[in-house]
Structures are given as C-alpha cells and as structure tokens.
Design a binder for this molecule. Structure first.
Ligand code: ZN
Length: 133
C-alpha cells in the first residue's frame, strides 16, 4: 500500500503533540496484522519521537534540555531566525518505526508517538506507511 498523510495543527511555539491515535487509525485502516509502521515528518523545524506519555513533565524536561543545547537567541548564521528549531529537529529526528502485531502497535506501556513542534504554531503533515511482513 501507499502512505497516508495526516495533517495536524500545533497550537504553540514548542510542544509535543501525541499522534499515537492517528497512527493507530492508519494501521487499523490498512488491515495489516503483522508488519511495521513508519512515521515520517516532511518538515525541517519539527520532528517525531517516541517517549513517555504518562508524566507531562518528561516532555517539558526534554524541551527544556533542547532549549539549553540550542537557545533561540543564538547567535546563528541562518537569517530566518529559527536556527534553534532546525537544530532541535535534527537532534530528535524525522522518523520512527514501530512494529505491528495482531493489528496493534507494539509500544511499551508508557510510550506514545509524538510530533515535536519547535517553530509553531503551524500546520504540519505526517506521513504514515504500514508495511506487511
Ligand atoms: Zn529556517
């Protein structure tokens, strides 16, 4: 099968948005019982990661840590003013892969799939491809 693109709005400058339910829906609609789902974000100032879904402080701690590594004020050469967001997106990465078994995502109890916004608010696309096998 091909891939499906979902569109989400991020309603803040920097945040983690749980997109697990969107991925679950695409897996269910694919009919694939055993395989892998790839989640890819075609943007340079947002990222995708898997991390803890229980304590929201974990997400904030990650954002705070990235803020120390790449503070918005710079100095940077990139004139658009969002170099920090490009750096954070590069560190976190643009895709994740999750196994699918019995038609379900194989995630740990405390894991969710997050879109990481570093230069919002914006409308973001996420590409999801389910592969059987
Ligand atoms: Zn830029």
């Amino acid at each position: 099968m091909g891939f499906k693109t979902i569109t989400v709005k991020t309603e803040g400058r920097q945040l983690f948005l749980d997109i697990t339910k969107h991925v679950r829906l695409v897996v269910r609609e694919s009919g694939v019982k055993s395989g892998v789902v790839h989640v890819f974000i075609p943007h340079t100032t947002a990222a995708v990661t898997i991390n803890e879904n229980a304590d929201p402080d974990v997400r904030q701690d990650i954002l705070n840590c990235l803020e120390k590594i790449a503070p918005p004020a710079g100095p940077y050469m990139h004139a658009e003013g969002n170099a920090h967001a490009h750096i954070k997106a590069g560190i976190v990465g643009s895709s994740v892969a999750v196994f699918v078994e019995a038609g379900q995502l194989v995630l740990g109890t405390w894991q969710s799939i997050f879109l990481c916004e570093f230069d919002g608010p914006r409308t973001r696309n996420v590409m999801i491809r389910v592969t059987e096998g």
